[in-house]
Design a protein around this ligand. Structure first.
Ligand SMILES: Nc1nc2c(c(=O)[nH]1)N[C@H]1C(S)=C(S)[C@@H](COP(=O)(O)OP(=O)(O)OC[C@H]3O[C@@H](n4cnc5c(=O)[nH]c(N)nc54)[C@H](O)[C@@H]3O)O[C@H]1N2
Ligand SMILES: Nc1nc2c(c(=O)[nH]1)N[C@H]1C(S)=C(S)[C@@H](COP(=O)(O)OP(=O)(O)OC[C@H]3O[C@@H](n4cnc5c(=O)[nH]c(N)nc54)[C@H](O)[C@@H]3O)O[C@H]1N2
Ligand code: SF4
Ligand SMILES: [Mo]
Length: 879
């Protein structure tokens, strides 16, 4: 698809639905996409996922009609069923038997309405969000330090800083446009430094001036060492500390205790540690950006406060080019916090624990049954479901069967739910499989509303396509159920603009500058103003003028007006002999449970299989490329492809969170991850499971590339991915003897149809077959006794292009001549890793030269960190 020139007629100005960078997008109904040059978050840039948005517009598998018990139903019937289900559950179990589980991928307006229904009218605070798995520790840390959940900094600070520290963040893959902004700023100002604190040598680390491969879970010790070091060197900003903070003495005492053995606790090289301390000490303009490596930990809240402490001590907060910056994951993680859709918050940053605030909400909503205190948080909510304490659960825009820890128990709980409603854009997800009622929601290209990104920028999402089938906006669906429960007049909005006005007005209610979150200045927007709303950063109070940087004046929304140093101490994670720490996280081109990105072949090409990365010396003799059994929580296991990576910290392994029961039932990682949580934030420690590795002994390994998708139960181990338009790649392994597996699969593929070419050596366990039909390759099945099989890349490309090739080549899995196939590195220009290696071997010695030679890295730029890594690797190989 051609890119979209900004001036194109019909182009809609909207916002990307993936990560929390919140890039502005120009999108046309025909699928052309471009970065919005006028959006302050990205100024025209997009990453690989954003660039491919046009390819997600007409995804097959959309949920297009309401369904009750798996059968198509009218909206009336489905909504009546939902209302009745909630009424019945309340009669049986009371209000605490009702629950909603929502998502940072809802628009602010949808989110507001869901929260109003639950807390104000159903009268339960059992509404939690998948942000509990993501931002809860950051929220709790902000509230402990500042008195309110406020991100002080803005993206520009990352460009004007002299030192950028990324802690537990793989920004190059997870917030690629922000990473590109940092890289571009550093190219102009080479004195600017980048430090990465991550146990793994991530693609982000490839471009860093210093990488600290920290022992997982020891960030508190590192930041405590920093606090003590700053104090020792007399670098505290005493005037600032004196005037604007409290609690320093206790925090320092705790920090000094950790500092005594910082290198031991963090496992870092003492020289590297000293360099980091010195750089931080000597660089006033420093931004510390943190993400899930901090938040998703048993000590997540303490970790975030340890970071904030160092900034408070030096007064490096709320000023240009400096400050702590919690980057948000989902497109509207921030909006969810603003409307209070976490079980322990009220709307508009209001709080039960502050006298009078619940009343403000009650009055604003005219709420008959305002919940009287916090409700169940994600992990506990699903535990309660498993124990029969929840009679009706409504899940919106999240896929907890995949994304929650102890996912095996979550599946069980969902299967036993007395009444489960799922609002989704896709018909088949691991969670929707258990739904009694499925409600079709509008997707990104169809819905209208606002989202707030990591720098408090409120942006409009605007629809470019009409609703498909009978899909409806999430806010509409919720309001219709509310009406059926008797609250029609309280949920009678005519559109998202009206909801936004009500939400904005609440933020000004009783707010005399006591709450930073104030957008009451937007409460009077007309429908037209709302439609035209340009990206706007909060606060936007009705009375005072807006300020872009918060806390610049040192006044904090605490009763004392002061920010608080929180005393935190390193807590050693329990070690277990022979156990490895399982780090889980994200891949460059996939979005969570792959319901959308998994449907785009070029996004799938980057990592088509579930892979576990292991340091070669931790592999215990397991070979690169073999299948490995990862045994974790309560003996639950996942089976993944093992890859050696010397950049993986010894003692830890890494697995992606993305694989689902639909695509790779045995490769789902979360059943093996325990639901341990941070004691302050209740955020699950999704990066600290302890696991054992062992060989997965299969009698045969194989792959099938075909023009159809086989069920993921065709072999003991299966991973299915989209390899091209209508072409599926199946990675397979099983216990039968190879010959039997081969014969069985041939029958399944239709042995009597088309034209089969075969190559077999039963003694060696080798079986290959290619099916030709209608003059093109229809399927290629390769089976062998071990995992040593030809590359799938050329066959996938051949099927994808609808080509034929000589049978000999097809059965060999590679072309007779030309370069050997290799995985795609640059998805924009379809450049394979082999071509980049070739260019480097031929003398290209920079990312720019590789770009000139191959075009790789010249599109969205998301692959540039990997080209940097390859430049280093090939240089070593050549030497
Ligand atoms: N491509 C892509 N981008 C995404 C998403 C996606 O699904 N795909 N999801 C979005 C969402 S919702 C989120 S929350 C963000 C997440 O963005 P990130 O937090 O950047 O991503 P993760 O891969 O979850 O984890 C980041 C890093 O934490 C490291 N880590 C693990 N344990 C520790 C530790 O103890 N200390 C330190 N310092 N580091 C540790 C891991 O090795 C990993 O590299 O990404 C957003 N962007
Ligand atoms: N092991 C491990 N587990 C993790 C993490 C990790 O790092 N490691 N990270 C955690 C984090 S940070 C997060 S944020 C979660 C994410 O996990 P989830 O939220 O479960 O993952 P998604 O795939 O984003 O789920 C969103 C669902 O909403 C649907 N959807 C999309 N748009 C709409 C819409 O407009 N309306 C409705 N109703 N539905 C829509 C999509 O089809 C999809 O099924 O995973 C968490 N789980
Ligand atoms: S960085 Fe990529 S995924 Fe994130 S908002 Fe921008 S285009 Fe979307
Ligand atoms: Mo997230």
């Amino acid at each position: 698809m051609d890119a979209l020139p900004p001036s194109s007629p019909g182009a809609v100005r909207t916002t990307c639905p993936y990560c929390g960078v919140g890039c502005g997008v120009l999108a046309a109904p025909d699928g052309r996409i471009a970065g919005d040059p006028d959006h302050p978050a990205n100024r025209g840039r997009l990453c690989s996922k954003g660039t491919a948005l046009g390819e997600t517009l007409n995804l097959p598998g959309r949920l297009l009609h309401p369904e009750v018990m798996g059968k198509r139903a009218s909206w009336d019937a489905a909504l009546d069923t939902v209302a009745e289900g909630f009424r019945r559950a309340q009669a049986e179990l009371g209000r605490d038997g009702l629950a909603l589980y929502v998502s940072g991928q809802l628009l602010t307006e949808d989110y507001y309405v869901a929260n109003k229904l639950a807390k104000g009218f159903l009268g339960t605070a059992n509404i939690d969000s998948n942000s509990r798995l993501c931002m809860a520790s950051a929220v709790a840390a902000h509230r402990r330090a500042f008195g309110e959940d406020v991100v002080t900094g803005v993206y520009e600070d990352l460009e004007t800083a002299d030192l950028v520290v990324l802690v537990g963040s793989n920004l190059a893959w997870c917030h690629p446009v922000l990473f590109q902004r940092i890289m571009a700023a550093r190219a102009l100002r080479p004195t600017m430094r980048l430090v990465i604190i991550d146990p793994r040598r991530t693609p982000s680390a490839e471009s860093a001036d210093l990488h600290l491969p920290i022992r997982p879970g020891s960030d508190v010790a590192l930041y405590n060492a920093l606090l003590a070091h700053l104090d020792e060197r007399g670098l505290a900003d005493n005037a600032y500390v004196e005037a604007h903070t409290e609690g320093l003495d206790a925090a320092l005492a705790a920090a000094r205790a950790d500092a005594a053995d910082a290198a031991g606790r963090t496992g870092l090289d003492p020289a590297d540690l000293a360099t980091f301390l010195r750089w931080f000490a000597e660089t006033p303009r420093v931004v510390t950006l943190w993400s899930q490596g901090i938040n998703q930990s048993e000590t997540g809240t303490d970790g975030a406060n340890a970071i904030i402490n160092a900034h408070l001590l030096t007064g490096r907060i709320g000023r240009p080019g400096m400050g702590p910056l919690s980057i948000t994951g989902q497109p509207n993680a921030m909006g969810g916090r603003e409307v209070g859709a976490l079980a322990n918050m009220l709307a508009g940053h209001l709080d039960w624990s502050v006298a009078g605030e619940a009343d403000l909400v009650r009055q604003h909503w005219n709420a008959p049954n305002l919940a009287t205190g916090p409700g169940l948080k994600a992990v506990d909510l699903f535990r309660a479901l498993g124990r029969g304490r929840i009679g009706a659960l409504w899940i919106m825009a999240t896929n907890p069967a995949v994304s929650l820890p102890e996912a095996g128990l979550v599946h069980e709980a969902l299967s036993r739910a007395p009444f489960l409603v799922v609002s989704e854009v896709m018909r088949e997800t691991d969670t929707a499989a258990y739904a009694h009622v499925r409600l079709p929601a509008l997707g990104w290209a169809e819905k209208k509303g606002t989202v707030t990104n990591s720098e408090r920028m409120i942006s409009r999402q605007r629809s470019l396509l009409p609703p498909p089938g009978e899909a409806r906006a999430d806010w509409w669906i919720i309001s219709q159920v509310a009406a059926r429960l008797g609250w029609g007049s309280d949920f009678a909005w005519t559109g998202p603009a009206a909801i936004f006005r009500e939400h904005a007005a609440l933020t000004g209610r009783g707010n005399n500058g006591t709450r930073a979150f104030d957008i009451s200045g937007l409460a009077g927007l007309t429908d037209e103003d709302y439609d035209a709303l340009a990206p706007t950063r909060w606060p936007v109070p009705a009375s005072a003028s807006a300020k872009s940087r918060l806390f610049a004046d040192g006044a904090f929304p605490m009763p004392s007006g002061r920010a608080k140093f929180v005393a935190v101490s390193h807590r050693q994670r329990p070690e277990g002999a022979g156990l490895l720490t399982l780090l889980t996280g994200r891949l460059r081109d996939q979005w969570h449970t792959m319901t959308r990105t998994g449907g785009v072949p070029r996004l799938m090409a980057h990592a088509p299989e579930p892979v576990l990365t292991v340091h070669p010396e931790d592999a215990g003799g397991l070979t690169d490329g073999s299948l490995v059994r990862v045994t974790g929580h309560a003996g639950a296991e996942a089976v993944l492809r093992l890859r050696y990576d010397p950049g993986q910290r010894r003692g830890s392994v890494f697995a992606p969170m993305h694989w689902t029961a639909q695509a790779a039932p045995r490769a789902r990682i979360n059943p093996a991850v325990p639901a341990a949580t941070d004691p302050v934030s209740a955020q699950p420690a999704l990066k600290s499971a302890r696991v054992k590795l062992s060989a997965y002994d299969a009698a045969w390994h194989g792959f099938l590339i075909a023009r159809r998708r086989l069920e993921p139960d065709v072999a003991d181990w299966v991973a299915v991915s989209l390899a091209g338009d209508g072409v599926y790649r199946h990675e397979l392994a099983g216990a039968e003897i190879p010959q039997e597996a081969f014969a069985r699969l041939i029958v399944l593929l239709g042995h009597e149809e088309g034209e089969w070419a075969r190559l077999e050596d039963p003694k060696a366990g080798l079986h290959r077959a290619v099916l030709l039909r209608d003059g093109r390759v229809d399927a290629a099945l390769f089976i062998g006794p071990d995992h040593d099989l030809p590359s799938r890349d050329w066959l996938s490309a051949t099927l994808g292009a609808g080509n034929v090739a000589p049978t000999v080549a097809l059965l060999a899995g590679s072309p007779a001549s030309g370069p050997a196939p290799s995985p795609t590195l640059c998805v924009c220009h379809g450049v394979a890793e082999g071509a980049v290696r070739h260019a480097i071997a031929g003398g290209a010695c920079s990312v720019a030269m590789v770009g000139e030679a191959t075009q790789a890295g010249t599109g969205c730029g998301s692959c540039r960190p990997e080209i940097t890594a390859l430049l280093a690797r090939v240089a070593v190989e050549l030497a």
